[in-house]
Design a protein around this ligand. Structure first.
Ligand code: SME
Length: 160
């Protein structure tokens, strides 16, 4: 397919996810390389959804290590159970943070981040990576983001 995205300018968040997800599926179809696919997914989410920061942290031994991302430079390593990403890894579930300052142990990679969602991806029932999306607005993520980003991670799991 052509390497560009078509996103409805009008329409709500659900419409944008509904448009974007099949395009991400097409963009990654037939490409087995994990880094290539995660890189394009990060760019598709950043530019398709207008997120402030979007990226992946991959489980490597006993730590999360920064993977492909779009946005300002970020922390490179996060321990299991630390911050939102490390908590999502330890608990094996999505974590929605409406106000990062109210999340105990939140790791502030950028002082501009105000709210965040972290979604884990699994290989053989173990967390293999997490998707982290940050906003510079408070309370920017909800059940719609959770639904579609979890669907996206089911797609990502095919590359693992
Ligand atoms: N805030 C995250 C760290 C990663 S950055 O936001 C990119 C956390 O608390 O895990």
């Amino acid at each position: 397919m052509a390497e560009n995205l078509i996103i409805p300018e009008s329409g709500d968040k659900k419409d944008r996810y509904e448009s974007l997800l099949p395009q991400i599926e097409a963009l990654t179809a037939g490409e087995p390389d994990l880094v290539a696919n995660l890189s394009n997914i990060a760019a598709a989410l950043r530019y398709g959804m207008g997120f402030f920061w979007v990226g992946f942290y991959l489980v490597k031994d006993d730590t999360l290590v920064l993977g492909p991302f779009q946005g300002p430079v970020a922390c490179t390593r996060i321990a299991r159970g630390k911050g939102v990403c490390g908590s999502s890894w330890a608990e094996g579930k999505t974590i929605l943070v409406p106000d990062v300052e109210a999340f105990p142990g939140h790791i502030a990679c950028s002082s501009a981040s105000r709210s965040e969602i972290v979604v884990p991806g699994f290989k053989n029932n173990n967390v293999a990576l997490v998707l982290d999306v940050d906003s510079d607005q408070l309370n920017d993520f909800d059940a719609t983001d959770q639904l579609y980003l979890e669907k996206l991670m089911r797609l990502v799991e095919n590359f693992l």
